[in-house]
Write a protein that binds this ligand. Structure first.
Ligand code: FES
Ligand code: FES
Length: 155
């Protein structure tokens, strides 16, 4: 069954017609051309498809698009509407990616986490990112980038 939904996407109200069993991940990628949420495990386990739903990091591969009607979604693209953020610059400075497949999901998770805990310890950062898998195993440089970002922000 098809249904029209209206929601806020990266600061703009949008409407789209979706099937009742269509996944948010597919709608974002195929109907809005937003390619930052990636399909990997497809089971909510790797974090590659993460987006912010009302400010909370969620896995878009296990959410039906109809569920976000009337809600707010922010993707990695939405985070950098005004240009690269300081957090993203820190990732660049620390070479925190190899293939980059996990980067948008990690950034979404980190964004939510840092809003709740702007001055985390390294251990807390590692715990926050435990659900985001990096197949290139670049974890230490990712953690370094986030920690360094929080230190500079606190100066
Ligand atoms: S693709 Fe969604 S959590 Fe892995
Ligand atoms: S940089 Fe390749 S999966 Fe993380």
């Amino acid at each position: 069954m098809k249904k029209e939904i209206i929601f806020k996407l990266n600061d703009e109200m949008v409407s789209v017609t979706v099937d009742s069993d269509e996944l948010l991940l597919d709608v974002l990628r195929d109907k809005f051309g937003l390619k930052s949420p990636k399909r990997s495990c497809g089971r909510g386990e790797c974090g590659a498809c993460s987006v912010l739903l009302n400010g909370k990091s969620v896995r878009s591969c296990i959410i039906f698009a109809v569920e976000v009607a009337g809600q707010e979604i922010i993707t990695f693209e939405g985070l950098q509407k005004e240009g690269m953020t300081d957090l993203q610059k820190s990732f660049l400075e620390h070479n925190s990616f190899q293939c980059g497949f996990c980067t948008s999901g990690v950034t979404i998770t980190a964004t939510e986490f840092l809003q709740k805990n702007p001055k985390p310890t390294v251990k807390e950062i590692k715990e926050a990112l435990a659900g985001n898998l990096c197949r290139c195993t670049g974890y230490s440089s990712i953690v370094d980038a986030i920690y360094d970002y929080t230190k500079k922000k606190g100066e």
